[in-house]
Design a protein around this ligand. Structure first.
Ligand code: FES
Length: 166
């Protein structure tokens, strides 16, 4: 029988677009195949789902970085923080917020601008003015959005938008 503590809560306002109370739960993975501290990508149609077993339990979200869509499943999970394999962005799977802005800078979810930076204590890279710099400046990091999760019969079930399963 499922134990609720294996499912992490998420902010209700961050329910994934297209998911409602009527969305059917899909069987995505055996619970035993997602040990604590691990992540997996499961693709359903054209939707790539990230299953992460965080310190708070299992969460499901899109396997796309909220910055420029890199697969978070090949990044690193540390507690409840997932590190993107590109641009050093880190995202808190507890709150959905960025924990560290990508090196490219840009706008955070509240629209506040952050300049580009260089990791390792070196000085920040100056932005060469132009269309690319403008695109970087206006790229907004979104908050993580979540798919509801259930555990039943040793399986991880996830409610997905109907467009993913049509
Ligand atoms: S794509 Fe993830 S930090 Fe840029």
């Amino acid at each position: 029988m499922a134990m609720d503590h294996t499912i992490a809560p998420f902010p209700p306002r961050l329910l994934a677009f297209g998911v409602s109370d009527a969305s059917p739960f899909q069987d995505l993975l055996a619970l035993a195949d997602l040990p604590a501290g691990t992540m997996q990508r499961i693709s359903v149609g054209e939707l790539d789902v990230l299953l992460a077993h965080t310190d708070d339990g299992i969460v499901a979200t899109e396997d796309r970085c909220p910055h420029m869509s890199a697969p978070l499943s090949v990044g690193e999970l540390d507690g409840c923080i997932v590190a993107c394999p590109l641009h050093e962005g880190r995202f808190d799977l507890r709150s959905g917020d960025p924990a560290q802005m990508p090196t490219t800078g840009g706008l955070d979810p509240d629209g506040v601008y952050h300049p580009t930076w260089t990791p390792g204590g070196r000085s920040d890279k100056p932005d060469v003015p132009g269309r690319k710099a403008e695109a970087r400046r206006l790229t907004r990091i979104r908050r993580i959005r979540y798919f509801p999760v259930r555990i039943a019969g040793g399986r991880i079930l996830v409610a997905l938008p109907s467009v993913a399963t049509d």
